[in-house]
Structure formats: C-alpha cells, structure tokens
Design a protein around this ligand. Structure first.
Ligand SMILES: Nc1ncnc2c1ncn2[C@@H]1O[C@H](COP(=O)(O)OP(=O)(O)OP(=O)(O)O)[C@@H](O)[C@H]1O
Ligand SMILES: [Mg+2]
Length: 332
C-alpha cells in the first residue's frame, strides 16, 4: 500500500466517482482551528455555540489549572447545521478516511448518529480512529521514506441510514479483480447469510462488474457493500481490517480458498466468500480491544472532577433542549 493509494481512498476522491451508488453525503473543509481543537488533549468539553466554560487541565498535577473559554466556531457551526439540515436532520460523521466507530459508547444515544456540531465533537474528541486520521494517516505505507503528501482535512457528513449489520460485506479488490468477500460484522452469526450465500455473492459480483471494476483510480481497493450499496472505500493494505481473511492470504500470489482450513487446494472462479458459520464461538466486538480513552477513565473513576461536571452539564443542556422542543411542539 503506497501513500498515493491512501490519498486516493479519501472520501472526497471516491465519492464523486460512486455518488450514484452510495449514501448521500456532504463534505466540508475542516478549518485549522477546528483541527487544533480536536487534537487538543485533556479537554472533553464540547463547544456547540453556547458560552460554557472549558476546564483545560494539563497532565502535570502541580501545574495551575486555568479556566479557558470553550472555543467556538460560529461560521463553521452554521455550515455544519445547514448541511445536517440538507441531509434530513441526522448524520453519520467521518473525517477523510475514518468514522469514530470506537467512540459510540460515549454518545448519549450510544450511536454515531449526530444532529449538531457538539454531537460530532464529542465523538471525534473521544476517538482514536479520528486521531489516527489527523496524526498518522500514512502508517503502514510501503513507501514510508517518501515525503507525506499534503492532506486537506474534511468533515464528511453522510445522511443517517439504518443499515443492517448482517447485510454488510467487505470486498477485496486486487488488480481490478474481486478476490474476496467477507462478512463485515464477523463476530456474529447470521443465519440468512449461510442460507443465501450464492445469491449474496452473485449480487455483489454483478454490482462490482457493473459499477466498480475499472472505475477507480487505483487498481487495488476494498469496499464495503451493504446489499448493493457502496458504503466505504479503504486502501488495500494493513490499515484496513482484513476481517475473515489475513493480509498475507490476500496479498500473496496464491489463490484463496473458501475456508482457511482448506488450504490452497480449492481453486475457484470468482471471489472467495467467507462468513461466520456458527454461533457457538462468541467473539468480543473488535472495538473493545481499543484502549479506553483517558476521558472515560477519568469520568468513571471521578479522577478528573471537571470532566464529570462538563459531561453532566452537557447532558443537562441536551435534556433542556429536548424539553424545549417538546414544549414548542405542545404550543403548536
Ligand atoms: N450513513 C450512515 N448511517 C448509519 N450508519 C452508517 C452510515 N455509514 C456507515 N454506517 C455504519 O458505520 C459503519 C462504519 O462506517 P465506515 O465504513 O464509513 O467507517 P470507517 O471508519 O471507514 O470504517 P473502516 O475503518 O472499517 O473502513 C458501517 O459499516 C455502517 O454499519
Ligand atoms: Mg473506511
């Protein structure tokens, strides 16, 4: 995987090519002061346009704590709200490559569904995946000694869509060929997948040859197909989770086999389809293996009382907002 491939898998590069086959989305350039705010460690407080106070605490316990004003981004905030509105009021947020999938536990609705900039900030500031995009997007590139290409950071807002996890598959494309398909949510057993294996495989192959093959700048890429919608495109390489395959299998010249145990003997035309075949082995959710963010530890242990206060204030504000909405509706 070369740095150029990583650049080509940015949302704003592939979205215009596959617009017709994916979820409606809007892309907003991320101003530098917002990037700085997202990278500013030790603060959980989310700015959402209100005049709340932010407690900026350094890790050095001897140092003085200082109260600073929560940064506000009125211009950016109104652009984000306008975009959310255009997309129907609820969005799924991402940066150039990643969504804050590791942070949904912190959201009050335990979901990545956002309705405001403060919802987005809460997720982004708690996510290691977002920090990865901002600080080391070219990790694991094979040409690591070459200079890093310049990146224009972007906030991607996608119309919120209720996707069925059992209907998502990750497809691996090598040299313009679809070589492998893996159940995306491989920790679960879905009865319908084993029942409809041939049908699913056929629909994905058809979608691939009609809409994806030879369309992309790079020969090698990987995409997630929710039924026959394109959900996301990732670089073909270690930064991407290979799910029920291993990268060694995918990148070696040997042909793949349907099940890892079968070895290389089962030659077949078309892609290899892998899915979880029984529900006896319960596997933990992959995101559990990520380090618990410092903010969470502080919140749960009460170590940093300011974070807890900030969190409660945020919750109260959201409650008040929804109460106001209800009152408003009652008045109408
Ligand atoms: N618009 C949407 N509305 C609701 N859920 C979505 C939406 N887009 C994606 N999702 C869900 O979130 C999951 C992750 O989305 P996506 O693949 O874009 O994130 P990612 O950070 O690029 O993940 P990865 O690193 O694995 O590629 C999807 O598999 C899907 O279940
Ligand atoms: Mg991705």
């Amino acid at each position: 995987m070369k740095k150029e491939q990583v650049v080509n898998c940015q949302f704003s590069v592939w979205y215009p090519i596959f617009k017709k086959h994916t979820i409606k989305s809007l892309i907003l350039p991320l101003p530098q002061n917002v990037i700085d705010y997202l990278l500013d460690d030790g603060t959980l407080v989310v700015s959402g346009g209100d005049n709340n106070t932010q407690h900026n605490q350094t890790n050095n316990s001897d140092s003085e704590e200082e109260d600073v004003q929560a940064p506000e981004f009125p211009e950016f905030n109104s652009k984000v709200l306008e975009a959310i509105n255009t997309l129907g009021g609820c969005v799924f947020p991402k940066l150039n490559w990643s969504a804050p999938r590791d942070a949904n536990w912190i959201a009050l609705n335990s979901s990545l569904q956002c309705q405001s900039l403060s919802d987005i900030f809460l997720l982004f500031k708690s996510s290691d995946f977002i920090t990865h995009d901002l600080t080391q997007p070219f990790l694991h590139s094979s040409d690591e000694d070459s200079p890093n290409p310049a990146i224009n950071y972007e906030l991607v807002l996608r119309k919120w869509s209720e996707l069925l996890p059992g209907g998502e598959f990750r497809c691996f494309i090598k040299e313009n060929k679809l070589i492998g398909i893996s159940q995306r949510d491989y920790t679960q057993y879905y009865h319908h997948i084993s029942k409809q294996e041939a049908q699913i495989c056929h629909s994905i192959q058809e979608f691939f040859s009609q809409h994806v093959q030879y369309q992309f700048l790079d020969e090698d890429c990987e995409w997630d197909s929710g039924k026959v919608w394109l959900i996301d495109l990732n670089p073909f390489g270690e930064v991407t989770d290979s799910l029920l395959f291993t990268w060694e299998e995918l990148t070696s010249g040997n042909s793949l086999s349907a099940n890892q145990e079968e070895g290389d003997t089962a030659q077949q035309e078309g892609p290899v389809f892998r899915y979880t075949t029984s529900d006896v082995t319960v596997q933990p959710s992959p995101c559990l293996s990520y380090r618990i963010p410092r903010d969470f530890v502080d919140l749960s242990t009460g170590e940093d009382a300011y974070k807890l206060i900030d969190f409660l204030k945020l919750k109260k504000r959201q409650q008040e907002d929804s109460e106001e909405e209800v009152e408003e509706e009652v008045r109408q």
